[in-house]
Design a protein around this ligand. Structure first.
Ligand SMILES: Nc1nc2c(ncn2[C@@H]2O[C@H](COP(=O)(O)OP(=O)(O)O)[C@@H](O)[C@H]2O)c(=O)[nH]1
Ligand SMILES: [Mg+2]
Length: 221
């Protein structure tokens, strides 16, 4: 980059020099940079998985986890995560998205012990978070669409999300999470979306996580 800037010094081409320099330094660096998001319905385990990936490759979590829906109401990121698997190296930015829902009802939150004000604030923030998450899809290179294997996957949120990612030609992996639960059926997710990559895991126990890392490495290389 310094070399290119020196060559074009004091010339009108300085911007061009800098962009050529950026491309040059990206080519020289072995690692590809990628923005990887975790998206899906509420409480599917996006933050639990984001934290596992963060801990595995950067020793840091990304987000708070809670059984109360819409715990993640604004986009949470962890940068400079050195992902390595099967000879593939990536500099990941992990983007943990707020849960996507077709309906946010503040009364639901009062069941978890929140008072009326807290519940209404949470509902308002959750709705804003959903809009932000959809907008953020423009900036991602790879998506992990996290589904809860104990729920029926054929629903409006999943179909809309997959449709949006396909339309934008963004690569994605469907993560069939919570395989540790006895009622989990990752097979149902595979049968529902046979044309897509589906990786069964438990973000909680770590079961299947290496298969997910393999799938990420394969898609990125
Ligand atoms: N049994 C089980 N529970 C999980 C798993 N992943 C997340 N959870 C639980 O599901 C709830 C929601 O998790 P969270 O990561 O906050 O979901 P998010 O809303 O999608 O970010 C929490 O109670 C987690 O402990 C999993 O693999 N197995
Ligand atoms: Mg979350």
């Amino acid at each position: 980059m310094v070399l290119f800037e020196a060559l074009f010094k004091n010339s009108a081409h300085q911007n061009m020099a800098s962009s050529i320099g950026n491309v040059f330094s990206r080519l020289l660096s072995k690692k590809k940079q990628a923005n990887m998001c975790l998206i899906g319905e509420v409480n599917t385990g996006k933050s639990t998985l984001a934290n596992r990936i963060g801990m595995d490759f950067a020793g840091k979590p990304v987000s708070r986890v809670s059984e109360i829906p819409h715990e993640t109401r604004s986009i949470q990121t962890l940068e400079k995560v050195d992902f390595q698997k099967d000879g593939t190296q990536l500099e990941l930015t992990i983007i943990d998205m707020p849960g996507i829902a077709t309906k946010v009802d503040w009364r639901e939150f009062t069941k978890y012990g929140l008072n009326k004000n807290e519940a209404m604030t949470r509902a308002k923030e959750a709705t804003k978070g959903i809009i932000e998450a959809i907008k953020e899809l423009n900036n991602i290179d790879l998506a992990l669409v996290v589904m809860d294997s104990t729920r029926v996957p054929f629903d409006q949120v999943n179909l809309t999300l997959l449709g949006a990612l396909e339309m934008q030609k963004k690569p994605f992996i469907i993560v069939a999470n919570k395989t540790d639960l006895p009622e989990a059926s990752p097979e149902m997710i595979k049968e529902t979306f046979p044309q897509h990559i589906v990786v069964p895991i438990s973000a909680l126990t770590g079961e299947g996580i290496e298969d997910l890392y393999e799938a990420i490495a394969k898609i990125a290389s």
